[in-house]
Design a protein around this ligand. Structure first.
Ligand SMILES: Nc1ncnc2c1ncn2[C@@H]1O[C@H](COP(=O)(O)OP(=O)(O)O)[C@@H](O)[C@H]1O
Ligand SMILES: Cc1cn([C@H]2C[C@H](O)[C@@H](COP(=O)(O)O)O2)c(=O)[nH]c1=O
Length: 215
């Protein structure tokens, strides 16, 4: 039975790597996938992982009908044995409905990959719809870690290492961008306290918390 599967997690937990592995294993067996992405850091029409792997993909546009795109592709003699949709948090709710229709009406497996929540710990509309519609939601096995060593469950947006809570929901970027706008994965406790690696380090070095020598 074909499925709509949502592989979800924080940034930097290996989602795109898994997408590329699924693609590799299936194409090694002669299957042909349709790969969608949107706003990958590597540029338009790319699905990339931080391990250095990259493949070409169809860049999804605003308002594009993904079901119609697949039907068009198939009716022109193209093949699509499975569908991969990376950065699925950036898709519109309608586009997730269209992916569910691909599963139900075209009998094609759809594997969607994306972060669940934004820097304010609010669901992205595309991720919300995936949670609502997916046959399965899979959390990735390799844990991304907070600076404290706990499992990272939240995405923080940082400017110069300091967590911010104002701004547009979508700002394409990466982890480990200390000087500019970047992201850092945190456990809930430190996300709530807005404590990033940089601010924790600064607090540890602050004279206020240095041991006071005996008088
Ligand atoms: N130099 C490295 N050596 C080994 N693993 C790495 C290295 N750099 C990144 N990774 C792995 O890649 C993961 C990020 O993979 P990626 O697919 O880009 O994540 P996502 O798509 O979830 O943001 C990291 O969690 C880490 O496990
Ligand atoms: C938290 C958050 C992230 N983004 C962007 C930043 C990246 O471009 C992608 C996530 O990519 P990854 O492969 O999972 O690392 O999403 C954003 O636009 N808004 C946010 O709140």
């Amino acid at each position: 039975m074909p499925e709509l599967v949502f592989f979800s997690g924080t940034m930097d937990c290996g989602k795109s790597t898994l997408a590329l592995q699924i693609e590799h294993n299936r194409s090694a067996r002669g299957l042909q996938g349709m790969i969608f992405t949107r706003d990958d850091r590597a540029g338009e029409g790319k699905l990339s992982s931080r391990l250095g792997l990259v493949t070409d993909a169809v860049e999804v546009e605003d308002g594009q009908d993904l079901y119609a795109y697949l039907v068009d592709h198939l009716s022109q003699g193209g093949r699509a044995d499975y569908v991969i949709a990376d950065e699925a948090q950036f898709l519109a709710e309608d586009q997730i409905d269209q992916l569910a229709r691909v599963v139900d009406d075209l009998d094609i497996d759809v594997y969607a990959f994306g972060i669940t929540t934004d820097f304010r710990s609010k669901l992205f509309p595309g991720s919300q719809r995936l949670v609502e519609l997916a046959d399965r939601v899979e959390v990735l096995q390799v844990e991304a870690l907070c600076w404290c060593g706990a499992r990272a469950t939240h995405n923080a947006r940082t400017v110069g290492g300091v967590m911010v809570v104002e701004g547009a929901q979508v700002v394409v970027g990466d982890v480990d961008q200390a000087d500019t706008i970047g992201y850092e994965v945190l456990c809930r406790r430190h996300h709530r306290r807005r404590m990033t690696a940089a601010t924790a380090r600064a607090a540890a070095l602050s004279p206020d918390v240095l041991p006071v020598p005996p008088a």
